[in-house]
Write a protein that binds this ligand. Structure first.
Ligand SMILES: Nc1ncnc2c1ncn2[C@@H]1O[C@H](COP(=O)(O)OP(=O)(O)O)[C@@H](O)[C@H]1O
Ligand SMILES: [Mg+2]
Length: 332
């Protein structure tokens, strides 16, 4: 018996990064902090995904888990992280070290603190390049100079000899970006990369990240508490609240028709021409020690009702648009 011919249909692009059901806890003296509770999302090759939510929602911890850099006493207790199909959580520590910098790299909020204060910028880029690409020092140096030029630092020879304290915030962030991209990673994670910089520099750094992403063909996860920044820069947006993903959609769709009341409220707090921004959302992100069952946003939600005491499942409400809410906002 021969199998029926299968119609040729293009396979859906395999995700570059797939995070599934990620659970992460911190055992503290006050109790167990359930920092991530069933976080699932994907990033396609070359895609720019925004990860947004207020402070304390779990954005940085998600990034650190993907990097294999969960700070103590943090511990992953469930789920999967796959990069190009490879199960990162099964990797021994030294293999994960090899993945970092060559497959996935990270840019942090405070570049001056992320850079090593005791080493020159040059030696940090050269080391990163040698480690990630297994090239010799001379070649790494050529690549370092070229990369510094690519991130918009004029006079790269001089920059190579500087220390972090000698650089302005914007220049230090460019140097940090050079260190992150020099290894040729296909996934770059930028955690609030402009939050510590002057407003005038922020747009430049975001433009640089977009420009590099296109040129290098890498994917970018842009973490920000500013939904406006995500909307302007990202293909798709993932909204986190209190350790869970509550909504995800293509950026335009999310702006046009936000479905989760949290997303909608975040949007309404953005300044827009001709309309005053609403104040920030009253209340705070709940403590994640023994969170009550049910929707975690319910106590701050204008639409909440008795049904919200049960935990809402994620459902698909449009093309690539997912929301976890019993009382979603309907487009008007
Ligand atoms: N070292 C730690 N010990 C205990 N809890 C932590 C630690 N680091 C982060 N958390 C908790 O994890 C949650 C998510 O933090 P984080 O990922 O930094 O949020 P975000 O980046 O969205 O502001 C917070 O509730 C925070 O209290
Ligand atoms: Mg953070």
């Amino acid at each position: 018996m021969s199998a029926a011919p299968v119609a040729a249909r293009p396979a859906p692009a395999a995700p570059l990064l797939a995070v599934r059901g990620l659970k992460l806890r911190f055992d503290t003296r006050r109790g167990v902090v359930r920092a991530l509770d069933g976080v699932s999302f994907e990033v396609a090759p070359g895609e720019c995904v925004g990860l947004v939510g207020e402070t304390g929602c779990g954005k940085s911890i998600t990034a650190r888990a993907v990097m294999g850099l969960v700070p103590a006493p943090g511990r992953i207790e469930g789920g999967e992280i796959r990069l190009d199909g490879r199960d990162l959580m099964a990797l021994p520590a030294e293999e994960w070290r090899a993945v970092r910098g060559s497959q996935v790299a990270m840019i942090f909020q405070e570049p001056k603190r992320a850079l090593d204060p005791t080493a020159t910028v040059g030696s940090q880029i050269v080391e990163a390049a040698m480690l990630a690409r297994r090239i010799d020092r001379a070649e790494a140096k050529r690549l370092a100079l070229d990369t510094l030029r690519q991130v918009g630092l004029a006079d790269p020879e001089r920059i190579m000899r500087t220390y972090a304290f000698e650089l302005s915030g914007g220049m230090a962030q460019r140097a940090m970006i050079a260190i992150a991209v020099v290894g040729g990673s296909r996934l770059i994670i930028a955690d609030e990369p402009t939050s510590s910089l002057d407003v005038s520099i922020q747009a430049q750094i975001l433009r640089l990240l977009q420009d590099l992403r296109r040129r290098l063909g890498s994917a970018l996860i842009l973490i920000t508490h500013d939904l406006g920044v995500a909307a302007e820069n990202c293909d798709r947006i993932v909204v986190m609240y209190a350790g869970q993903i509550v909504e995800q959609a293509p950026a335009r769709e999310l702006f046009r028709a936000p479905a989760h009341p949290y997303t909608e409220r975040l949007l309404r707090s953005l300044p827009r021409p001709g309309r005053d921004a609403l104040s920030p959302i009253p209340g705070t992100v709940p403590d994640l020690i023994d969170p009550a069952p049910g929707c975690r946003f319910a106590n701050r939600c204008e639409r909440a009702g008795p049904d919200c005491a049960a935990t809402p499942a994620m459902s698909e409400i449009g093309r690539r648009h997912f929301v976890a809410c019993y009382r979603p906002v309907r487009p008007t």
